[in-house]
Design a protein around this ligand. Structure first.
Ligand SMILES: C[S@@+](CC[C@H](N)C(=O)[O-])C[C@H]1O[C@@H](n2cnc3c(N)ncnc32)[C@H](O)[C@@H]1O
Length: 199
């Protein structure tokens, strides 16, 4: 409870974790993907912010199943009230049934999906970048790996923690641990990290 309250306080405060509005092209660039690679896939946008990614996938005629997960969807008005002024307009732009029905208010460290659910989990400037504890990072990786299908990939950017410098080294240690297990392949390239579930 204590931990969740702290997380909530953190993400609801716009100065701590702004709910940004990156779109399809920026995701593709940062996460090393093409439009073709998204087609036909079941995708989790973990820490989706405004859901602009899901909206632009649809607007560009890419047929993919995109789920947007972000804790702000529990009570977006609270974040807007706390001073995220542009947020109301940005959320209104993605407020259409095809997107809202695949919007889930949840935390990346406690994903409410069945095991082996996704081809891609995309974490663009969300976790582990904005994690505030080692436990949260552990649970983020456990939940992501559990929720990926065999052959699926977690792709995240950036590789550093933006909340507490020392957590960057912890993320690196976790990646080393994962890469030593036969079940995963870890690929790091610039700002991008890919973890592929092999079995
Ligand atoms: C900087 S924004 C990035 C949003 C979007 N991915 C983008 O690139 O525009 C970070 C998002 O992560 C969300 N977030 C914060 N803590 C989270 C958590 N524990 N699990 C999932 N998302 C979280 C925030 O609410 C916020 O919307």
């Amino acid at each position: 409870m204590e931990r969740n309250n702290k997380i909530e306080k953190n993400y609801m405060s716009p100065e701590q974790i702004p709910t940004s509005d990156r779109g399809l092209d920026k995701y593709l660039l940062d996460l090393g993907l093409t439009r073709e690679e998204l087609a036909g896939k079941r995708i989790l946008d973990l820490g989706s912010g405004t859901r602009r990614f899901a909206k632009e996938v649809e607007d560009n005629g890419i047929v993919a199943d995109v789920f947007s997960v972000d804790p702000i969807f529990e009570d977006p008005d609270q974040k807007i009230e706390k001073g995220a002024d542009e947020l109301a307009g940005q959320l209104a732009e993605t407020d259409r049934p095809s997107i809202t029905k695949k919007t889930v208010a949840a935390l990346g460290e406690n994903l409410p999906f069945k095991d082996n659910s996704f081809d891609f989990i995309l974490a663009e400037y969300s976790l582990p970048a904005h994690a505030i504890s080692e436990k949260q990072i552990d649970e983020f990786f456990q939940n992501s790996m559990r929720s990926l299908r065999v052959g699926g990939e977690l792709r995240f950017c950036p590789p550093v923690n933006l909340q507490r410098k020392e957590l960057t080294a912890y993320v690196e240690r976790k990646l080393t641990e994962l890469s030593k297990q036969n079940q995963y392949e870890v690929i790091k390239s610039g700002q991008l990290t890919v973890i592929k579930k092999l079995q």
